[in-house]
Design a protein around this ligand. Structure first.
Ligand code: NAD
Length: 480
């Protein structure tokens, strides 16, 4: 059985302990490879390698850093099909989604930051004849990057690329649930000629490997994407050490549909924003609020469309949804469906596990589930479920829907469907979220800031924000 290896100091190595964990294919419920069960010793080695590589990498001309990163992007593109298949097998997502979104975005991440650093500028402030100030940005050192399982290579590279482009070296940990494409990336980095120690990838469990990254005294900066509870733990560990932190956490995003919207567009995009990647995208709109005058029409049309979604083998072109990522995750979502029923919810469609025949019979498949009749304040509507489950709730006024939309502890993203420009502006300003989409969903310009408010996190990724995060800013004042 294939053994995944750590990537430390330019080489693929076994974990110090020699111990491995099982890696599951969620579409079949079977173990198909082994993951290093690394620990603090492996992180120590990775940090030493990254520290040693830092002086040279941080002084490497940006054209050369850019060239090497573009080479990695090129190799990702050349291996698009192999990486897409690996991502789909590790995660359970439809292969066509990995092909269309995850893998192209991974190479875009490298390409975007590799070229952004070529166009960076700095500010200067002249104090008449007294002095000249200029702002200098320098890389910080060894950056720790920790990522989740839902968009494995996409989110992993979204952190690594700006950290490297800015001149830092990196110790990174992908999710132990989906380690394969990070392993394949390490092979591509070797092929691209990335100098040893510049990027180190250590696999293993969060409480061991992730915790060792957050605790390590020689990692002064951490970029984390994952659940809010994990983010809290990392913040509690890192804050007394005054580490620089970017935390991209959970969401419970509202999708608000006004009666004046383009009905068909709102309907078809809402099916996407509810169930893409089996609802396992932090930006999925899991609470759909519909203006009362079109509630019945929208509910019936939505439920009908959702019923037609095909759940099945991620490799099949015809599958709209694949498997959810793991057995515990499937059980968690099923528990929430039970909770929703206890809270008074009515299941309009879905609500159960799907057991298929043959080799997929042990896979983790769930029917896309739509529930109505719940109070906006109940647990189902307040807690992040992160699966193929959405709720429908009618509203009468803007004020009412704002109260409901802003009622959760989260504030990651929101979607508005309306053709009223003034309302768009009023609502966008009042919604507590880091991203507001109007008449669209998941449209991303990589130059724009990305991140959440409240318990969805602190910090902004994307564009200059990410490059600035991975640098120290200093003012130099020269007396004239
Ligand atoms: P998770 O918090 O369980 O794990 C994320 C990563 O943290 C994994 O690599 C894990 O091994 C590691 N980890 C676990 N315990 C740790 C510890 N004590 N110290 C350091 N690292 C530790 O999250 P998940 O289940 O992998 O991902 C799902 C969550 O991620 C959802 O809440 C989702 O909303 C969130 N998410 C947020 C964004 C965003 O941009 N805001 C994007 C994608 C996913």
């Amino acid at each position: 059985m294939e053994k995944i290896l750590n990537y430390i100091n330019g080489e693929l190595v076994a974990p110090e302990s020699g111990e491995y964990l099982d890696n599951y294919d969620p579409s079949r419920g079977t173990v198909y490879s082994q993951i290093p069960d690394s620990d603090a010793n492996d992180i120590d080695m990775a940090v030493s390698a990254a520290k040693e590589a830092f002086p040279l990498w941080s002084k490497t001309p940006r054209e050369e850093r850019s060239r090497l990163m573009l080479k990695v992007a090129e190799l990702i593109d050349e291996n698009h099909e192999m990486l897409s298949r690996a991502e789909s097998k590790d995660n359970g997502k439809p292969l066509k989604l990995a092909r269309r979104v995850d893998i192209p975005r991974a190479s875009s991440n490298f390409r975007f930051f590799a070229t952004a650093i070529l166009h960076e500028s700095t500010e200067a402030h002249r104090m008449d004849e007294t002095a000249m100030n200029y702002t200098e940005r320098t890389p910080i050192g060894v950056a720790g990057c920790i990522s989740p399982w839902n968009l494995p290579l996409y989110l992993f590279t979204w952190k690594i690329a700006p950290a490297l482009a800015a001149g830092n070296t990196v110790v990174a940990k992908p999710s132990e649930v989906t380690p394969m494409t990070a392993f394949l990336l390490s092979k591509l980095c070797i092929e691209a000629g990335l100098p040893k120690g510049v990027l180190n990838i250590v696999h293993g469990l969060g409480p061991k490997v992730g915790q060792a990254i957050s605790e390590h005294p020689d990692i002064p900066i951490i970029s984390f994407t994952g659940g809010t509870a994990t983010g809290k733990r990392i913040a509690a560990t890192a804050a007394p050490m005054f580490k620089k932190l970017s935390l991209e956490l959970g969401g419970k995003n509202p999708n608000i549909i006004f009666a004046d919207c383009d009905f068909d567009k709102a309907l078809s995009t809402s099916v996407q924003s509810s169930f893409a990647n089996q609802g396992q995208i932090c930006l999925c709109g899991s609470r759909i609020f519909i203006e009362r005058s079109i509630y019945d029409k929208f509910r019936d049309a939505f439920a009908e469309k959702v019923q037609k979604l095909k759940v099945g083998d991620p490799l099949a072109e015809s599958s709209h949804l694949g498997a959810v990522v793991s057995k515990p995750h499937m059980e968690k979502v099923l528990d929430y469906i039970d909770l929703a029923k206890k809270e008074g919810g009515v299941v309009l469609t879905g609500g159960q596990q799907i057991v298929t025949a043959g080799e997929l019979s042990k896979g983790y498949y769930l029917a896309p589930t739509v529930i109505e009749g719940l109070d906006y304040n109940c647990r189902t509507n307040q807690e992040e479920i992160f699966g193929p489950l959405v709720t429908l709730t009618p509203f009468d006024t803007e004020e009412e829907v704002l109260t409901m939309a802003n009622s959760t502890p989260y504030g990651l993203s929101a979607t508005l469907w309306t053709n009223d420009l003034n309302r768009t502006q009023r609502m966008s300003t009042s919604i507590k979220a880091g991203v507001v989409w109007v008449n669209c969903w998941l449209v991303r310009d990589l130059r724009t800031p990305f991140g959440g408010v409240k318990q969805s996190g602190v910090g902004r990724e994307g564009g200059w924000d990410a490059l600035q995060f991975f640098t120290e800013k200093k003012n130099v004042c020269i007396k004239l």
